[in-house]
Design a protein around this ligand. Structure first.
Ligand SMILES: [Ca+2]
Ligand SMILES: [Ca+2]
Ligand SMILES: [Ca+2]
Length: 200
């Protein structure tokens, strides 16, 4: 009997830990050349970051990004993401995907006045984040920080003096790198353990 209970418990826990990447950071209103193509572009330099919280590599094909408006996705992710690693996808990546697939070239369409970014797999939304207008200003990113499991404003390049949440941290954006800022992040092991708890 005890063995059956333990087996059931194990199965429940095992099923509850997703083998999915998750959204970790984005920047909706670029004022810098984030994608490094030599030009500052309001669409091409927007970006969204995903990280792999699992202990095995994840193939990102089959995952899609979309925003709150319209039915269409903006791009399919690509590449292999090693355990614990993060990848960043730019508006210019979305434009390339849209051109290759013969659909409207609207890049990532991250509205500066606020929007919702969704990560889909097999047409199912597996993660999302919503932001408001003070996040969508020049070179401010919003990043998922642990262990509190909350999205914080990374406004080190353009400080926010208002009182809306998320409030100013002075942290800088970290595209393609695990989110890190003095005083905000514990060690990685604690972080990933907490991510798994959040998904249970
Ligand atoms: Ca934008
Ligand atoms: Ca650029
Ligand atoms: Ca980051």
């Amino acid at each position: 009997m005890l063995q059956i209970v333990l087996t059931l418990l194990f199965c429940l826990v095992a099923q509850a830990i997703p083998a999915h990447p998750y959204l970790t950071e984005f920047l909706a209103d670029p004022a810098s050349d984030w994608d490094g193509n030599g030009e500052v572009e309001t669409t091409g330099d927007e970006w969204v970051e995903v990280c792999n919280p699992t202990e095995t590599a994840l193939d990102l094909s089959g995952y899609f990004l979309k925003d709150a408006l319209g039915d269409g996705v903006h791009m399919e992710l690509f590449g292999l993401l090693a355990a614990g690693e993060c990848a960043v996808f730019y508006g210019s990546d979305a434009i390339s995907w849209q051109q290759a697939n013969g659909v409207t070239t609207n890049a990532l369409s991250l509205n500066n006045s606020g929007d919702t970014i969704m990560l889909l797999y097999a047409e199912e939304v597996i993660d999302l984040v919503t932001y408001t207008t003070h996040v969508g200003e020049d070179d401010r990113s919003m990043a998922f920080y642990l262990p509190e499991g909350e999205w914080v404003l990374c406004d080190g390049l353009n400080l926010y003096g208002g009182s809306l949440e998320p409030s100013s941290t002075g942290c800088e954006p970290t595209p393609g790198e695990p989110n890190s800022c003095d005083g905000l992040v514990p060690n990685e092991q604690a972080s990933f353990g907490h991510v798994k708890q959040l998904y249970r």
